[in-house]
Design a protein. Structure first.
Length: 505
């Protein structure tokens, strides 16, 4: 947090807090300059400083806290008068050094002048610092004038009250919720937005108090991003706390910003990136079988009389395989389109789940053999009649088992994919386990998102659109079930999904 670049508004709030604290001890004109110096040092590096009062009788500035021999020449006095009449803070280079001039005026009267030698070079001072200096020039001038006229407690309290009202106006005008908490974690100040906000639920206020407590304990600023549900929708807050001193006690200023729109833009950006990647992937996936079909078809047409029967049979089988691959791609895209348009429907029927599992394993046996993967089925000794969409449940089983085969770990001598069925009272649990390459912990939830594919050394070798698991999730949830995964990299994965029991089982 200490390295964080504080925004202009936040820096202004901290300066106001420092200024208020420092001005509370003011009793005389010199105290005003000391308070101004302390405030300036909260955001500007100052090497040395001199305070001047203006002697109207001789038309010159006179130092009130140092001999300031360097500033007694006529050129300096002319420069100081010019700056004082402008009434604006200024940074001037003198003898290869940079000096900050802050004129303290009550138009048309010149009250005094603050001059400081800067440690940093001129180009380090930002425009936002100059804006704050303008604010300090105006406020310090007000304080100095009043202290000069009234050195009594009643007038000093009036100054602080005016300053407090000024701060109240600034805080009330800001577009986020601001409050100040005391040591008992009770609010001593709330701006209008904080008071009026209907989104500040108890969960948000508890998070604010916990962060404020930490600031009181450490005397350091804190920041937290917090997600809260309001009417079923997520609202994201950035909560920032600052230690402040007011009314002779340590307190905490809290700023809450609604950053929901920022999160939403980031989410849409990621979806857009995934869509672009998906378009590139699907273009490649479609081009590969089309290219193969075209090549083999052209070969058959051009050389039919010279091709023997076995070769022709192999060519036609390749064309058939690639056509089936195309058909699967089109089916996935069709399913995805139905999902997006909320037209994904189920055609339920009663069937034996165990029989379906046997058929799926048999259909994938050739693929498993080609990858040196053993297919195992840990079944139970009874029929399992379920009421579900048979074609869709088959689709889920094929996708999960096929993934286990395709992402098997080539470094292992023994590779397997095991299908297991467990019957519960109200649901059936299906488990597909493998000892493949596994899934990183931080990606386990993302694999069910549309367009998402886990990057690995097998990504370029394994075909896929990144839609399979998203479609599986939709199918399972449409049935009223759940789907999840347990996995460790290099150890393998376990996919689970449930099918609620319907009718006799």
């Amino acid at each position: 947090m200490n390295d964080r670049i504080v925004s202009y508004s936040e820096k202004l709030l901290v300066v106001i807090s420092s200024f208020t604290k420092n001005m509370m001890s003011v009793k005389a004109s010199l105290d005003v300059y000391d308070a101004l110096l302390k405030t300036l040092r909260s955001f500007i590096k100052i090497k040395d400083s001199v305070f001047f009062k203006y002697n109207e009788g001789i038309g010159r500035f006179e130092s009130i806290n140092a001999s300031a021999e360097f500033f007694k020449d006529k050129e300096f006095n002319n420069l100081a008068l010019w700056i004082a009449k402008r009434g604006l803070p200024s940074i001037q280079p003198i003898d290869e050094r940079d000096f900050l001039f802050i004129p303290l005026n009550k138009n048309p009267k010149i009250l005094g002048l603050f001059v400081a030698e800067l440690e940093s070079s001129l180009d380090v001072i930002k425009q936002e610092d100059m804006d704050i200096l303008n604010f300090l020039t105006f406020q310090t001038s007000l304080v100095l004038e009043n202290v000069s006229l009234y050195e009594q407690l009643q007038e000093k309290n009036e100054i602080l009250e005016n300053l407090y009202r000024y701060m109240q106006t600034i805080l009330d005008s800001m577009d986020y919720e601001i409050a100040v908490y005391d040591k008992e974690l009770k609010t001593t100040f709330e701006n209008k937005r904080f008071k009026a906000s209907e989104k500040l639920t108890q969960e948000v206020l508890d998070a604010v108090k916990n962060l404020a407590r930490k600031t009181l304990e450490t005397a350091e600023s804190q920041i937290l991003e917090f997600e809260n549900l309001v009417d079923g929708e997520s609202v994201f807050y950035s909560i920032t706390t600052f230690p402040v001193y007011f009314n002779f006690q340590d307190q905490v200023m809290v700023i809450l910003r609604d950053i929901t729109s920022t999160h939403e833009l980031e989410r849409l950006r990621k979806i857009d990136e995934m869509k672009n990647q998906f378009v590139a992937t699907i273009s490649h996936e479609l081009k590969t079988p089309v290219t193969a079909i075209k090549a083999y078809s052209e070969t058959i047409i051009d050389s039919l009389e010279d091709i023997d029967k076995e070769t022709l049979k192999d060519f036609l089988k390749t064309i058939l395989d690639q056509t089936e691959h195309l058909d699967n791609l089109v089916s996935e895209l069709t399913d995805f389109s139905k999902m997006e348009s909320k037209m994904f429907e189920l055609n339920k029927e009663k069937f034996d789940l165990l029989e379906l599992c046997h058929n799926v394993i048999e259909s994938l046996q050739e693929l498993a053999t080609s990858k040196n993967v053993e297919l195992l089925f840990d079944e139970i000794d009874e029929k399992l009649i379920v009421e579900a969409d048979k074609r869709r449940i088959r689709q889920v089983l094929i996708n999960l088992i096929e993934n286990g085969i395709k992402y098997s770990d080539k470094t292992k001598n023994e590779r397997f994919v095991k299908l297991k069925i467990e019957k519960g009272e109200n649901e059936i649990l299906v488990i597909v386990e493998d000892n493949g390459i596994g899934i990183p912990k931080d990606l386990k939830e993302k694999i069910f998102e549309r367009f998402f594919r886990v990057e690995s050394y097998l990504t370029s070798e394994v075909s896929g659109t990144g839609l399979g698991l998203a479609i599986c999730k939709t199918i399972v949830e449409k049935h009223g079930g759940k789907i999840w995964v347990e996995s460790e990299p290099q150890k393998g994965s376990k996919f689970f999904f449930t099918i609620p029991v319907r009718g006799d089982s």
